[in-house]
Design a protein around this ligand. Structure first.
Ligand code: HEC
Length: 178
């Protein structure tokens, strides 16, 4: 594997005290929590069938009490399809790149923490021509294990709003590690 060409961020991506999530983020959070499911306004994005066989980029656990715990408390696994792997390694995210954010409940038992139920599955699909308003990325999310209950209602605007902090890496937080 190519070595990671850029420096690791010094803190977790969620720890950004210099920039609090903007108020527009919270309606999204509420929608995720309530499981709202109106139709997406943008080009429909396909459920990323088979993503569990893709490359695992990273895992992060977000604990209760974090400013984003509602709705992001739990275990985060990030997966990338082959073109997206190149992007997480510092290359270009070519059209067709797909990234998956798999959010699972964290279940603590004794001194161990295990994966619980899936809370939601979020994806970003790169297609410059199709999603010019959101950095060339299409954003979508599905509630729990559902493949039909879509959560994004604003064409991805509120997802993109938070991801803009990562403009220097094409709006993607996760970096490849050796
Ligand atoms: C409040 C900020 C915030 C909002 C809102 C947000 N994200 Fe993210 N997203 C993150 C962070 C931080 C990560 C890094 C993952 C981790 O560390 O767990 C991430 C990671 C991702 C990833 C994996 C690729 C990457 O950038 O690392 C996808 C896919 C993703 N988010 C999709 C979405 C979708 C779809 C929405 C809207 C439904 C959304 N996100 C809304 C902060 C946000």
């Amino acid at each position: 594997m190519p070595r990671q060409p850029h420096a690791q961020s010094p803190s977790t991506p969620f720890h950004r005290p210099q920039r609090r999530p903007t108020p527009q983020v919270w309606p999204l959070a509420a929608a995720l929590v309530l499981g709202a499911s109106p139709l997406a306004a943008q080009d429909p994005i396909d459920y990323p069938e088979g993503y569990r066989g893709w490359a695992h980029v990273k895992t992060l656990t977000l604990h209760a009490g974090h400013v984003l715990a509602d709705p992001f408390e739990g275990i985060h696994h990030v997966y990338a399809n082959p073109p997206a792997v190149t992007g997480t390694q510092g290359g270009e995210f070519a059209d067709g790149s797909v990234l998956v954010f798999d959010l699972l409940a964290a279940v603590s038992e004794g001194e161990a923490t295990a994966e619980g139920k899936r809370k939601l599955l979020a994806v970003m699909v790169k297609h410059r021509g199709r999603y010019p308003a959101t950095g060339g990325w299409g954003f979508e999310a599905w509630a729990g294990d559902s493949r039909s209950e879509r959560l994004v209602t604003d064409g991805g605007a509120s997802c993109f709003d938070c991801h803009t902090s990562q403009a220097q890496s094409d709006y993607v937080f996760s970096r490849w590690r050796d």
